[in-house]
Design a protein around this ligand. Structure first.
Ligand code: NAP
Length: 283
């Protein structure tokens, strides 16, 4: 058994993972707050075998990203109620009996969306029905928001809506009448708008109204086509990296088993992410 001596070893595992910004944001916190830990990115393609190796080498905590979040759920010795409900694990911690699993994506989404106002009883539209959308819907429902799901593919969208007791609207039927539905929050959870893809809106901009909170969980680019349009229409925009950093703080607190100075940690992560994203945009 190999054990690190001075530092907690932490990593993000995914495939591919080379472009992850998590090491940058985590290590910025460790440096600024004198946390004895290091965080690296590891490309993992054989999840079951590689998790055993990482435990033997002495890794203490792992962030899990695409494509391993669902498979990780089946490989943990213990899982909390949130990860089971969402059906995915994005955080692992090594315990006596093996890897324990949690999901902090929903915390990231909720914290980013609150914008100083409670989510209870607010009407929210979640666009998408993949793994990230499941975490967002779980978080919004847990906070008491009134959630409608929309998705391109009916089966996946209906299944998500049914799991959490939400309404479902097929994406292609979203149009002008939405002006009357009074959504106060829109969360874009599809991969539409990702860098390198066609810069299109996932849904018609007719649903955007001044004062509405609009979050796009895609964070590359920081300003997605949807966020650009939402800002022009007077919406309150929340960028995708806000979800990333808030879920990251929750991961750190679980791994380190201590509360961090949250506001300070969040600001350190935000600064690191915004600098990296603006450097990328300048290239
Ligand atoms: P996923 O499970 O593959 O789901 C993809 C979703 O996008 C599905 O709802 C899919 O609809 C929809 N979609 C894909 N292409 C589309 C198109 N051309 N038109 C309409 N809908 C389309 O992916 P995921 O894990 O949920 O991740 C989704 C995005 O969230 C990724 O870009 C990821 O990077 C981002 N993310 C961000 C954070 C954060 O912290 N900010 C965290 C997690 C994920 P169908 O069901 O019809 O295929």
């Amino acid at each position: 058994m190999i054990q690190p001596v001075q530092s907690k070893l932490l990593a993000v595992i995914g495939h591919p993972v080379a472009h992850s910004l998590s090491p940058l944001m985590m290590n910025a916190v460790f440096t600024s707050l004198n946390v004895p830990a290091v965080y690296v990115a590891l490309d993992v393609d054989d999840l079951e075998k590689d998790l055993q190796t990482l435990a033997a080498v002495g890794f203490h905590g792992l962030s899990v990203t695409i494509p391993h979040k669902e498979a990780a759920l089946g490989l943990v010795s213990e899982v909390d109620e949130t990860a089971s409900a969402i059906g995915a694990v994005n955080t692992l911690r090594l315990g006596d009996g093996g890897w324990q699993g949690r999901n902090t994506d929903w915390i990231g989404a909720v914290e980013a969306l609150k914008c100083g106002a409670p989510l209870h009883s607010r009407k929210a539209l979640v666009i998408g029905a993949g793994g990230a959308a499941r975490a967002v819907v779980y978080g919004l429902k847990r906070e008491g928001a009134l959630v409608t799901v929309t998705n391109r593919t009916r089966e996946r969208g209906e299944a998500l809506a049914e799991s959490f007791g939400c309404d479902f609207v097929l994406m292609e039927t979203l149009s002008e009448p939405l002006d009357q539905t009074g959504y106060e929050i829109v969360v874009q959870c599809t991969s539409v708008g990702l860098e390198g893809r066609e810069p299109i809106l996932p849904v018609s901009d007719s649903l955007l109204r001044p004062g509405m909170v609009v979050m796009d969980i895609v964070y590359r680019p920081a300003w997605t086509p949807l966020l650009h349009r939402a800002a022009q229409k007077g919406c309150r925009v929340v960028k995708g990296h806000e979800m990333l950093l808030h879920q990251g703080i929750a991961q750190l607190e679980w791994w380190l088993e201590q509360s961090l100075p949250r506001a300070e940690g969040v600001q350190i992560m935000r600064n690191a992410l915004e600098k990296a994203l603006s450097n990328e945009a300048g290239h």
